[in-house]
Design a protein around this ligand. Structure first.
Ligand SMILES: Cc1cc2nc3c(=O)[nH]c(=O)nc-3n(C[C@H](O)[C@H](O)[C@H](O)COP(=O)(O)OP(=O)(O)OC[C@H]3O[C@@H](n4cnc5c(N)ncnc54)[C@H](O)[C@@H]3O)c2cc1C
Length: 419
């Protein structure tokens, strides 16, 4: 027998809420969709921005979901979609209009990443990494390089990767050993970068290097390396747990000549350039996490409504309904943190603590939510055919890349200490 709101009117507030949720899960009509945007319900966005987000979502549902599933099964990547992503404007969403970008606010961009991640977490991170490199070039490059390079940013020939990590240098970013030697007209770069998203197909590599002979504090530089130059070898990393549709590579650089005007920011400001990339990048990964969490929630609600045990839908059991309620609440909290961090960027008040809070909370929440989604599916959630099995694996990386959870906690604590 299903509990109805009318029959629980006399109960205290807490059990009443639980029973209302139970009734909701069981009675929810099929045609009602659980899709929820990143945009908070109390916020009214401009109609053009809302239309853009909606268009991205429809595209992702129609063209990316099946591709993402296929990539996960077959070990291929979503890179084949790049020309279409470029045509749709999804590769230069944030860039200003003077270089052909769409110039959307960061809140719109985060909403689009969220909606893309609902259907394809791999496409989401592909776009996010390319975009964060574009943003930092827009901020630091002098003219005419800025206009010349960024005008082509939506083209597959301008696809970009962010090269910070090395085999021996992860969380401790300043310990990179990739070396640049100053020569007449530029730098000679030698070293190896590891775990590079977009690494197999990228034209541009933003690379953190150690400048030989420079004093401490002046030795880290950000260089834009042209992937077409000689001395570069790429090797794909296979066997990832999740986001298998995104490219991950090792990039080996041997004596690569990088011209002087490819220095991004001043000499010695390399770490600052990379950390400023991550201020926005972490909000991108947080949006990827909320998108995946939304997909998990949608799958768990639909299964809880349809699967019957003991003669009734499992969503009518309080244990299951409670897991759904916790997931919905955590997703909502994560989305609000992401929105707040994105809004700070729009207001020109980049808030490193807010970005880290959004990334930390959203990435840990999606892992809890994906765990519950598998649990609610029981054995059915443990096989490839079930989407939550993939989402559970895809979610795992969000607490690792662009700064682990432990590093986000350090950034947040440091921000509080400085406040
Ligand atoms: C699929 C994938 C894609 C990636 N894409 C990119 C990319 O495009 N570009 C790029 O540059 N990198 C990329 N990375 C690398 C990623 O950013 C690093 O893996 C991450 O920063 C952690 O570095 P690490 O793996 O060397 O771990 P380590 O730094 O060795 O850390 C190992 C463990 O020690 C903990 N730890 C380390 N220092 C501390 C501390 N001070 N306090 C507490 N705990 C600590 C960490 O939190 C972690 O749990 C990618 C990684 C993956 C898996």
């Amino acid at each position: 027998m299903v509990a109805r709101p009318a029959r629980v009117a006399g109960l205290s507030e807490t059990p009443r809420r639980t029973l209302l949720l139970v009734a909701f899960l069981v009675d929810w009509p099929e045609h009602v969709s659980l899709t929820m945007s990143l945009i908070p319900s109390h916020v009214t966005v401009d109609a053009d921005q809302a239309a853009l987000v909606q268009a991205a979502r429809e595209f992702a549902e129609a063209e990316l979901l099946e591709l993402d599933r296929r990539c996960d099964h077959e070990g291929t990547t979503v890179i084949q979609m790049l020309p279409k992503l470029g045509e749709m404007g999804l590769l230069n969403l944030l860039l200003p209009e003077d270089v052909g970008g769409l110039g959307v606010p960061y809140t719109t961009y985060a909403s689009i990443l969220h909606d893309i991640a609902v259907f394809s977490p791999s496409t989401c991170v592909t776009i996010s990494v390319h975009t964060m490199v574009g943003q930092v070039l827009n901020k630091y490059l002098p003219e005419p390089c800025r206009t010349e390079w960024l005008s082509e940013w939506a083209s597959t020939d301008s696809f970009a990767a962010f090269c910070l990590s090395e085999a021996g240098s992860g969380s401790d970013a300043a310990s990179v050993t990739t070396t640049a030697v100053k020569v007449d007209g530029g730098y000679r770069v030698t070293g190896e970068k590891m775990w590079i998203t977009n690494g197999m197909s990228a034209r541009w590599f933003l690379v953190l290097v150690r400048l030989e002979g420079a004093s401490t504090g002046e030795h880290l530089c950000a260089l834009l390396v042209d992937g077409n130059d000689s001395g570069i070898e790429r090797a794909e990393i296979h066997g990832k747990m999740g986001i298998r549709g995104s490219e991950t590579a090792v990039i080996n650089l041997t004596n690569v000549l990088v011209p002087d005007d490819h220095l991004v920011g001043r000499q010695g400001a390399g770490l600052e350039v990379f950390l400023s990339c991550l201020d926005g990048g972490r909000v991108g990964i947080a949006s990827q996490a909320t998108g995946m969490a939304e997909a998990c929630l949608s799958e768990m609600v639909s299964y809880a409504r349809q699967r019957e045990q003991f003669g009734r839908p499992i969503g009518s059991f309080q244990g299951v309904a409670g897991a759904v309620a916790d997931s919905a609440m955590e997703l909502e909290a994560a989305k609000l943190l992401v929105w707040r961090a994105a809004q700070a960027i729009d207001q020109g008040k980049v808030d490193r603590t807010a970005s880290s809070m959004a990334k930390l909370y959203a990435s840990e929440a999606v892992n809890r939510i994906a765990y519950r989604a598998v649990q609610i599916h029981g054995g059915a959630g443990y096989v490839h055919e079930c989407r939550v099995e993939q989402l559970y694996r895809d979610a795992r990386v969000t607490t690792i890349y662009e700064g682990t959870s432990e590093i986000q906690r350090i950034v947040i604590a440091r921000g509080l200490a400085q406040a």
